[in-house]
Design a protein around this ligand. Structure first.
Ligand code: C2E
Ligand code: MG
Ligand code: MG
Ligand code: MG
Length: 288
């Protein structure tokens, strides 16, 4: 039963894509069906992008949005990315799907600017397979040109695991993107067993502390110390720090006290439909 398969996939956890080792769909008929449906999702316009605001911790102003993919399945409803991104990765569908997300998100950011709203950063997630596409840099350049968005308003998020898999390769690609003017962010930082001393060789702009740390922040004093150390070391390397998954006032207060710059989390906003995001941007801009 499809729901059971979804539940099972979710259960395996968001940072545990490696568990889907050999072939997900070969082992699980429900996932195979899902993968087949995913093939048509793009052409049937079942995919959609939600936007989650990133907020400046001291002013509360929205400084950026993260594009988060959703699949509006005709029978199953809204399917979460943790369920279908691994399938898209495995089947290679992530490449056209990811390109569509980039195009959609850049287009949206440009549309907000054209509407006279204050310029925002648009963050887009890149999976490992996307990052390894030989024409990634040209694809990004083409999308910026087609949408008319300036490179400085696009931020690409790669996970720590993607970044460290082949540091020399990563550095080459990131240097080209950096030259283009695109911002680079390390996502889910702290979960990939790397260290900032290894990442410092990369041209990075932003470090996103993984939600799992924020979750344990108020119950485990050691975690608070770790977050404090990440923020301080990151800042001394010239990086901007974003805390992911902030849900409680207490967490926010702590993050303020250690001068973390940005926060993203349900305490402020959940991922929003484009309509809702647009409304919020307008209401924020009239308050300025
Ligand atoms: P991510 O890039 O780390 O995105 C942040 C995730 O944390 C999002 O989940 C967001 O909804 C969730 N989140 C944000 N604040 C909170 C909070 O306060 N509490 C809780 N419980 N969750 C919060 P989402 O949208 O389900 O996406 C999951 C992952 O799927 C993303 O993690 C990213 O790795 C991947 N993903 C999403 N969209 C894309 C995409 O277009 N391309 C690729 N390659 N991956 C994507
Ligand atoms: Mg992300
Ligand atoms: Mg993350
Ligand atoms: Mg993640």
């Amino acid at each position: 039963h499809a729901d059971a398969a979804l539940y099972h996939a979710k259960d395996k956890g968001r940072n545990n894509y490696q568990f889907y080792s050999v072939s997900l769909s070969a082992k699980n008929p429900e996932l195979l069906t899902l993968e087949k449906n995913l093939r048509y999702a793009l052409e049937r316009a079942e995919l959609t992008v939600y936007y989650q605001p990133r907020v400046n911790i001291t002013t509360g102003q929205i400084t950026g949005m993260e594009a988060l993919l959703r699949w509006q399945h005709p029978e199953m409803g809204l399917v979460a990315p943790n369920v279908f991104i691994p399938l898209a990765e495995e089947s290679g569908l992530i490449v056209p799907i990811g390109e569509w997300v980039l195009q959609t998100a850049c287009n949206q950011n440009k549309a907000w600017q054209d509407a006279g709203l204050p310029p925002l950063m648009m963050a887009v997630n890149l999976s490992l397979k996307q990052f390894r596409q030989p024409n990634l840099v040209e694809t990004i350049a083409r999308i910026l040109e087609q949408t008319g968005l300036e490179a400085q308003f696009l931020e690409l998020e790669i996970t720590e695991t993607t970044a460290i898999e082949d540091l020399n390769f990563t550095r080459t690609v990131l240097q080209e993107l950096e030259q283009m003017g695109v911002y680079i962010s390390i996502d889910d930082f702290g979960t990939g067993h790397s260290s900032l001393s290894r990442l410092q060789m990369l041209p990075l702009h932003n470090l996103k502390i993984d939600r799992s740390f924020i979750q344990d922040l108020t119950t485990d004093v050691k975690v608070a110390h770790i977050i404090k150390a990440i923020v301080s070391l990151g800042q001394s390397l010239g990086l901007r720090l974003t805390a992911e998954g902030v849900e409680k006032e207490e967490e926010l207060e702590f993050l303020k006290s250690i001068n973390c710059e940005d926060v993203q989390g349900f305490l402020f906003y959940r991922p929003l439909t484009v309509q809702k995001a647009t409304e919020i941007l307008y209401s924020q801009s009239t308050k300025l």
